[in-house]
Design a protein around this ligand. Structure first.
Ligand code: CA
Length: 229
């Protein structure tokens, strides 16, 4: 039954798991729809845009990663929070999921309590840096509505992870941000990603920023600082 709470789309093919998730989330007053394949999930997204998607990795028609990729390539779903669900626990799979635009990652089996806290954290994180207003710093302009980044008027191409990192930097300028802060705020506090992953993404972001690469500064022993000066 529809209600006023946040709408969550669950793409999961195993009925007992889908039922447990739906029961738990509905118990929190959230509106839940369940799809059993990537095709059904894509169809559900066309019908109405949810506030968050819980996406299983192993689905009968295609990998959940494919649906994630398709979503991130579409301006309507690019900013939608996605939590990947999987039985896999390999670190490289987590990194692959996050690199492909997942906002968080949960390994099965998980408790209803963990599920609620992770969903809540993602819904909460849709704040100031999730504002839809155009943000700019020096020659860099970021448009949250279209996810377009321009450097001196020229469109810069970057992955979703680099975009999120830039969005956080640009909305929190002129302050030292530790790698831990960035992991916490950009990837989510309970995501098991190594600190050096942040360095890799900072390097890629600098490259993507071209003439503005100097805006992202390394503060030795402390982290990074974003400044247009
Ligand atoms: Ca599955």
């Amino acid at each position: 039954m529809a209600n006023d709470g946040p709408a969550i789309l669950v793409v999961e093919d195993e009925p007992p798991i889908a039922e447990l998730i739906a029961y738990t989330l509905r118990g929190n007053g959230w509106d839940v729809r369940v799809s059993g394949s990537t095709a059904e999930g894509w169809q559900a997204l066309q019908e109405s845009i949810p506030d968050l998607v819980l996406l299983d990795w192993m689905l009968p028609d295609q990998s959940g990663l494919r649906l994630l990729h398709r979503m991130r390539g579409d301006p309507h779903f690019r900013a939608l929070p996605v939590i990947m669900l999987t039985a896999r626990s390999m670190e490289e799979d987590k990194v692959a999921g996050l690199d492909n635009g997942a906002d968080d990652y949960m390994t099965k089996p998980f408790s209803p309590r963990e599920l609620v806290s992770r969903v809540r954290a993602q819904l909460r994180r849709r704040a100031p840096e999730h504002d839809e207003k155009l943000v700019s710093a020096g020659i860099v302009t970021l448009d949250p509505a279209s996810h377009a980044v321009h450097v001196a008027g020229v469109r810069a191409t970057m992955t979703h992870a680099e975009y999120k990192l830039l969005r956080y930097f640009i909305t929190h300028p002129n302050r030292v941000l530790s790698r831990g802060d960035l992991l916490d705020r950009v990837w989510g506090s309970d995501v098991n990603v190594e600190l050096r992953t942040v360095d890799v993404h900072v390097l890629r972001l600098r490259k993507a920023l071209g003439a503005a690469e100097g805006y992202v500064r390394t503060v030795r022993g402390a982290g990074y600082l974003f400044s247009e000066q």
